[in-house]
Design a protein around this ligand. Structure first.
Ligand SMILES: C[S@@+](CC[C@H](N)C(=O)[O-])C[C@H]1O[C@@H](n2cnc3c(N)ncnc32)[C@H](O)[C@@H]1O
Length: 187
């Protein structure tokens, strides 16, 4: 990644903001009892892993959408390399989105946005490349979500930490912050 100051700000988030981050998690769980701390697990995927996967996508797309964007890691990587393609990140954790937005402002970036939004309510577009941060999502509900998205938007491309079921996809094993060989699937 070219912008090393921005990378350092991303890396420092959990060290500096752990208590604030946990406060938001407790608040969300108190509002919705189907959520647990597992849904808010914090982790990060390194630049090289993300770019290897993004650059393996052969279908055309004109927006890169990150679901479970956290503080926007993937969106910032993407914007750093492809500043002319729109990127949007959504997450249900307000504190992480607020922090990511402060970095967009600090570095005066364009073509990148972060919003508080929920996967289960979000309207995708057929021309999206979706990064599904679903490492901690329930497998069966993810399969339902995947089938619903592909039925409605048959042209989408998707990168996932979980398999898609029967559909044809490419499998990769690449490093992330929590393990050396995280399996990924690209649809
Ligand atoms: C493991 S983190 C994402 C990690 C990061 N994208 C990475 O790998 O670099 C998963 C994120 O998903 C978010 N999340 C959980 N359920 C969600 C939902 N229904 N819609 C959107 N985001 C959700 C959590 O708040 C959390 O920040």
């Amino acid at each position: 990644m070219k912008n090393l100051n921005l990378l350092k700000d991303l890396e420092d988030y959990i060290g500096n903001m752990r208590r604030e981050d946990m406060k938001h998690i407790k608040h969300m769980i108190s509002l919705n009892n189907s959520l647990s701390t597992k849904d808010f697990t914090y982790g990060s995927t390194p630049y090289k892993t993300a770019m290897t996967l993004i650059d393996s996508v052969s279908k055309k797309y004109n927006r890169f959408v990150v679901v479970g964007a956290s503080i926007g890691w993937m969106n910032f990587y993407f914007n750093d390399k492809y500043p002319n393609i729109e990127t949007l990140g959504i997450d249900i954790h307000r504190g992480r989105i607020r922090f990511g937005k402060s970095l967009i402002k600090k570095y005066d970036l364009s073509n990148i946005s972060l919003d508080v939004d929920d996967l289960y309510k979000f309207e995708f577009k057929s021309t999206d490349l979706i990064w599904m941060s679903n490492c901690c999502f329930d497998r069966d509900s993810f399969k339902d979500v995947f089938n619903r998205i592909v039925d409605k938007y048959p042209e989408v491309s998707m990168i996932s930490y979980q398999p898609f079921g029967e559909v044809k996809s490419e499998r990769y094993n690449l490093p992330v912050s929590w393990m050396e060989n995280q399996p990924f699937w690209v649809y």
